[in-house]
Ligand binder design. Sequence first.
Ligand code: ATP
Ligand code: MG
Ligand code: MG
Ligand code: MG
Length: 480
Amino acid sequence: MDAKTIRKNFLDFFQEKQHEIVPSAPLVVKNDPTLMFTNAGMNQFKDYFLGNKTAETTRVADTQKCLRVSGKHNDLEEVGIDTYHHTMFEMLGNWSFGDYFKEEAIAWAWELLTKRFDLPKDRMYVTVFEGDSSDGLEADNEAAEFWKKHIEEDRIIFASKKDNFWEMGDQGPCGPCSEIHIDLRDETEVSKVSGKSLVNEDHPLVVEIWNLVFMQFNRKADGSLEPLPAKHVDTGMGFERLAMAIQGKKSNYDTDVFQPMIQFLAKKAGKEYGKDEKTDIAIRVIADHIRAITFAIADGQLPSNNKAGYVIRRILRRAVRYGYTFLGFEEPFMYQLVDILADQFKEVFPEVVAQQDLIEKVIKQEEAAFLRTLDKGLRILNDLMESNQSSKVIPGKEAFELYDTYGFPFDLTSLIARENDFSVDEKGFNEAMTEQKNRSRAAAVSEKSDWTVVHPGDEVNFVGYDSTTASAQILRYREV
Ligand code: ATP
Ligand code: MG
Ligand code: MG
Ligand code: MG
């Protein structure tokens, strides 16, 4: 089953269960000071759970574009090294706002995975909250009882708060969750070691695919819990992981979600994917990062020097350097992948194809700008490592110069340092940064924002760039 059909089946299934299929919220969050990028399907429904707004329909489902590169969820360092964490990914989700609860959520998740998608029951495990006496929380036996109707008891694992209790923040709605994990190891491996012990252990082939959150408490300001008057369901399933399981692959990158890009990159580099670990990681990182960059730009976030824009620039530079060092790409190359994405997502996320020209121009320009200083910066960094052999630490002042003059984000310098068993003096870097800021403040240089909100205070929706030139910074909004 190809990825497109998998996504369609998920949405069709929940539509058949009377869910309204709603569009993904933009990847870029512009009206929430606590969040730069959407990192879970529930973000756009936060106000329903907090009771600030009433949902018009009580059952919805969607596929949500998510980015996990900052804040509470930061998976950046895993990406490409492992085969199932991405920066940008789709989170498939279904919600009940005060409508159905555990019984239906569990039954439907199971029906979808085992009947519609035919995933093997004897390769799945479910986790259930084990309780926490410090909080006066009991184990979620209710969920366990519902699971027992579907899955053998020895495949139900009670686990701790860390993985099986969800909280929105220090206060607000929270509750136990149940996660579904799948064991994708070869038959011989499975029989050697019990799969059960590998759940929640970051084993690359025993992966979490779906999280079902049951919001049933409200945590008050004093830390105590009270039952919520209306209980909610919030689920999230990694689309690329689901595709891996259904397509019988052992890596998200082996599915048709990533293969077109991987093959393109391998061919361009004159290498074969799957032969050399360093090459493979570089190819995976680039195939991953280009999605984050493309979707961020499509949703209104240009790369820039501050805040969310700098997050995108950092991701882009990270990918450019992987290409340069491990694949020999000395000219802009990433922009060429946008065409693959535009085509792949034209039905579900038409915003990419609609702005393809602009996205390509912005990326190409960014790549060219960084490639102008990359080589020199890398040589300086190499020299620094030579001269600091004994301490194995790159001094902060020099790391700052790499940032300031050669455009090396701190985390890129750290990454290269780590590859060579070095570290970077972060404190010294920050001090040098502060010093420079003070200097420029004194020189009265005002920092320009990369985003102009036309109607301050109003909720606004990004609907497109006004001009198709790469330097376009004038954004158009529509009131919602
Ligand atoms: P993990 O433990 O693997 O990091 P998680 O518990 O942080 O996942 P949730 O917050 O429960 O993830 O998100 C719901 C689902 O989204 C997960 O079950 C997983 O399938 C998927 N998911 C989470 N993070 C990523 C990611 N970085 N890349 C791809 N899919 C992800
Ligand atoms: Mg995680
Ligand atoms: Mg987890
Ligand atoms: Mg989880």
